[in-house]
Design a protein around this ligand. Structure first.
Ligand SMILES: Cc1cc2nc3c(=O)[nH]c(=O)nc-3n(C[C@H](O)[C@H](O)[C@H](O)COP(=O)(O)OP(=O)(O)OC[C@H]3O[C@@H](n4cnc5c(N)ncnc54)[C@H](O)[C@@H]3O)c2cc1C
Length: 508
């Protein structure tokens, strides 16, 4: 099994005494700080915002507590591994989602509950897809093989350049080759007949920064991770408990976090970074630097790398931007579950235009999380806490958000009709973040919510590396670096970058 270029016992046994500055207190920065401080590194985190978490953040208003970004995650065992690796119990409690989510399709009175139990899932598609259970088991068998045949060869290992990556790719069994050339949608067509099943199973493609019509079918592995492998999980008391828990452990380990401190320039000498400087011209020196800000943007903005100029960044593929609404609503809404997708009746048109239209979507597709369905503390008694996420084009395509209020009204009106509840007249509090807000809060490039997309040209050894190309003491962790975006993947990234650092700087 190939895992990384350094043996596991380096992680277990080495104790190193060096100073590290981590730029950014997102999940990647926090998890890396945990691992490195456990090894004896003296870690300081520098964060531009007034609290930790980055996109995994919280908003409190009028008695409501909203998770602003992530609301669930897959591969929960990656969090378990993180805390086991530092000899601590997990400082928060996780719950498996059952059902995983519900899907409301416009013009279809049936609400599809998506269960991990394939027998129960077959009941949901009864009368829509004949022999669903037989077909889905066959489909997931192939998806499972791709997941396990690439997990340690592509995702959970470091790459030392393109040749190393190409060699690792060459070790992936040849039988998966057709999956590189077939689109996700084509693969679904080979297995299923109904539009409903194909649409629902293909939603994961949008998280990758693509549509099912232009992304390769290898990504059906995500259907395996959600439907069979480990499902989806959330956190008791809200997702921000992850951050609270990690920050508590970091305090115990003596890690200092400097808030409201933005790095505006960096200094290099003889092939190494010597210091970073904040908005008050304060300089911070360290032996090593880990950048948790966007790995592509940072290289262009602060290191003037030709590969990452604004022109080059704009030509890369980025995931969609978030348009998010946080609503405190009086009354309990019966027609809605905890995790819900609301889709229109024009899926193919939607997929064709969502990445390229400079207009707010006329028939928005959106996700609604009702935190109060599992956590009553998220709202005052008798009220619901709604987080609505509508993926929209990033700021390259739609820079003007003067129509934000109209889009939020359209979504609230549509949602009210579909769940048969007068949301509009029961709003107690409302906050809207446009892609401009997301960009400004966390330096998300052009407001892209999940960072660089995961097309074949931007993964593995082709994604911005977690090791700087020129500065031997600079590393990266987070969504736009290897292995990629999403909470568990970023946690894997923290393990990979720690392994690299221990491997390359193990002198005590
Ligand atoms: C709306 C939304 C919903 C999502 N939903 C999910 C979900 O349900 N499940 C899931 O798994 N993932 C989800 N994601 C993705 C997930 O949030 C990200 O993949 C993950 O949080 C990225 O973590 P990161 O370590 O890259 O850090 P980030 O969260 O990007 O943090 C980087 C930090 O660096 C700081 N920073 C940047 N520049 C500087 C500077 N110059 N000086 C100092 N500090 C700086 C930023 O302020 C930020 O705090 C969602 C994302 C969004 C936006």
């Amino acid at each position: 099994m190939v895992f990384c270029s350094c043996p596991e016992d380096i992680l277990k046994n080495t104790v190193v005494d060096k100073s590290v500055i981590i730029v950014g207190a997102g999940l990647g920065g926090l998890a890396t700080a945990l691992r490195l401080s456990h090894k004896g590194y003296r870690v300081t985190i520098i964060e531009k915002q007034g609290n930790s978490g980055g996109r995994l953040n919280v908003l409190k208003k009028d008695g409501f507590t909203f998770d602003i970004g992530p609301s669930f995650f897959s591969m929960s065992y990656e969090f378990k591994e993180l805390f086991e690796s530092i000899g601590e119990p997990m400082p928060f409690e996780i719950n498996e989602l059952d059902p995983l989510y519900s899907v409301h399709m416009s013009g279809n009175s049936r609400v599809f509950k998506i269960y991990k139990d394939l027998g129960k899932l077959a009941d949901e598609f009864r009368g829509i897809e004949d022999d669903f259970e037989v077909k889905v088991r066959k489909y997931l068998k192939g998806a499972k093989e791709i997941f396990h045949d690439t997990e340690y060869k592509i995702i959970k290992r470091n790459f030392n350049g393109i040749v190393d990556y190409a060699m690792s790719m060459a070790n992936v069994p040849l039988k998966h080759l057709p999956s590189l050339f077939r689109t996700f949608w084509k693969e679904l067509e080979l297995h299923f007949d109904s539009e409903e099943v194909k649409i629902i199973f293909s939603l994961v493609a949008f998280f990758l920064g693509a549509t099912p019509f232009n992304t390769p079918s290898v990504y059906k592995l995500l259907n395996y991770t959600e439907l069979e492998h480990d499902g989806y999980w959330n956190v008791k008391g809200g997702m921000y408990k992850i951050v609270d828990g990690i920050v508590g452990l970091l305090e115990k380990k003596g890690v200092e976090i400097l808030y409201n401190t933005e790095i505006l320039s960096v200094h290099q000498e003889m092939g190494r970074m010597t210091s970073v400087t904040d908005q008050n011209s304060r300089k911070y020196e360290a032996d090593l630097f880990v950048v948790n800000a966007d790995a592509a943007w940072f290289r262009g903005k602060f290191l003037n790398r030709k590969k990452y100029t604004v022109e080059k960044l704009d030509k890369m593929d980025w995931t969609l931007a978030p348009f998010t609404i946080y609503l405190g609503v009086k009354g309990l809404i019966p027609g809605i579950q905890h995790h819900n997708y609301f889709l229109g009746d024009n899926f193919h048109d939607y997929a064709d235009t969502i990445f390229s239209s400079n207009l707010a979507p006329e028939k928005p597709y959106y996700y609604v999380n009702v935190a109060t369905k599992s956590n009553q503390d998220a709202a005052p008694e008798g009220c619901e806490n709604l987080f609505i996420l509508c993926p929209v084009p990033d700021l390259r395509v739609k820079p003007d958000w003067s129509d934000a209020e109209k889009l939020s009204q359209d979504i609230i009106e549509d949602l009210g009709k579909r769940v048969k509840f007068d949301i509009q007249n029961n709003i107690l509090c409302k906050v809207v973040y446009t892609p401009i807000d997301w960009k400004n809060m966390f330096h998300l490039y052009r407001g892209s919510g999940l960072g660089l997309a995961h097309g074949l040209s931007q993964i593995g050894g082709l994604r911005p590396s977690n090791k700087d190309e020129k500065l031997h003491n600079v590393y990266y962790v987070g969504a736009s670096s290897h292995p990629g975006t999403g909470l568990p993947i970023v946690v894997i990234g923290s393990k990979l970058v720690t392994e690299r650092i221990l491997n390359e700087h193990q002198t005590v």
